[in-house]
Ligand binder design. Structure first.
Ligand code: FMN
Length: 329
């Protein structure tokens, strides 16, 4: 049985769960740049895990942790079974997705649609807590469709709070389930940070991680004056190098902030190990292809990498060649 989720030091900065982005490979790269950030997996369907696809959550905990496994589901029993299976893999925490608006997720009655039935969130969370020996949290939004006033936000948050959980992750916009694509759901409903901040008046002992539209470390530090944690998604996806300053500037650990080039050296070193284990360079390359955007010669880097990383036998030398092309510019 879990200790109820409380805020941990690692939760000060999180890399958001992102399907097809926060893969094991992305998380490994992120860990090369920041030793302290809390990483999230992609959302993994609890159903898949209990039906034999345990490999989906296998990971190198010693290297990757702190890392939270995000589950999708709405059946308390299935979620609890998935948590029991997950205990073998030593994640730092388990998170329930109650905020993702994709059609696929809605047809499985999980993700954002759970906000329409806060009691189900409570039931899921309790079952997960009973089956886990690590903290269980929820990532949700401030409302859904027309259920979007402040009282409804309070209701959603209360469905989590009353289970004993004391840490919630809030994407500061509502979800529109009909008519907007998942991508539009990340931009069109307006962000309402103030609403998230004002939850503190109602739940003073609930730690809040705020998410949505945060782009820079300076913005993170402003947010951290008002809430306990920040979570960044697209800013890390578009430029994982942002993670290089997190340990120093968010966790204040006094560590050196590596330059972009130094981070790239770490990636090349890691690529050697990666490829020698039989993995394909392009799975890694896809995550760093934009790493030099904004730098002189970035286009040459991208072009070279995209042309050559898929070649049979491509290894770390392709990364170095792409880098050299960029520097020729
Ligand atoms: C490509 C992509 C995939 C995503 N997949 C998930 C997911 O699996 N689970 C989830 O809770 N949110 C998912 N999200 C939403 C993010 O976690 C985050 O809440 C959202 O992007 C807003 O934060 P940002 O403005 O910092 O990107 C995804 C977002 C993106 C861009």
């Amino acid at each position: 049985m879990t200790e109820f989720a409380k805020f941990t030091p690692a939760d000060r900065f999180s890399v958001a769960p992102m399907i097809d982005v926060t893969t094991p490979t992305f998380r490994a790269i992120a860990r090369l740049f920041s030793k302290k950030a809390m990483l999230y997996t992609e959302m993994i369907a609890a159903n898949a895990i209990v039906h034999g696809k345990e490999y989906l959550i296998d990971h190198d905990a010693d290297f990757i942790n702190p890392c939270t496994l995000q589950l999708g589901g709405s059946d308390p029993k299935v979620l609890a079974d998935a948590c029991r299976i997950a205990s073998k893999f030593n994640y730092s925490a388990i998170n329930l997705n109650a905020g993702c608006p994709s059609d696929k997720v809605q047809s499985g009655s999980f993700g954002a649609i759970l906000m329409k039935t806060p009691d189900v969130i409570t039931d899921c969370l309790k079952a997960m807590q009973d089956a886990s020996d690590v903290p269980v949290t929820v990532k949700t939004r401030i409302g859904v469709d027309d259920l979007d006033d402040f009282d409804y936000t309070l209701k959603i948050v209360d469905s989590v709070y009353k289970t004993g959980c004391r840490h919630i992750i809030l994407h500061a916009r509502k979800a529109w389930l009909n008519g907007l694509s998942p991508k539009e759901n990340r931009t069109i409903p307006p962000l309402d940070y103030e609403r998230v901040f004002s939850l503190k008046d109602h739940f003073p002992d609930l730690a809040i991680t705020i998410n949505g539209g945060i782009k820079t470390i300076d913005e993170c530090n402003e947010m951290l004056k008002k809430v306990e944690g920040v979570m960044l998604g697209r800013a890390c996806m578009d430029d994982p190098y942002i993670l290089a300053s997190v340990d120093n500037r968010i966790y204040n650990d006094g560590s050196k902030i590596l330059s972009r080039d130094e981070c790239f050296e770490k990636v090349v070193e890691y690529a050697e190990k990666y490829v020698s284990e039989g993995r394909k360079l392009h799975h890694l390359g896809n995550h760093i292809i934009n790493m030099f955007n904004g730098c002189k010669g970035a286009r040459r880097f991208r072009n070279y990498l995209s042309c050559h990383m898929h070649e049979l036998g491509a290894g770390p030398e392709v990364l170095v060649q792409a880098y050299n092309k960029m520097k020729e510019a």
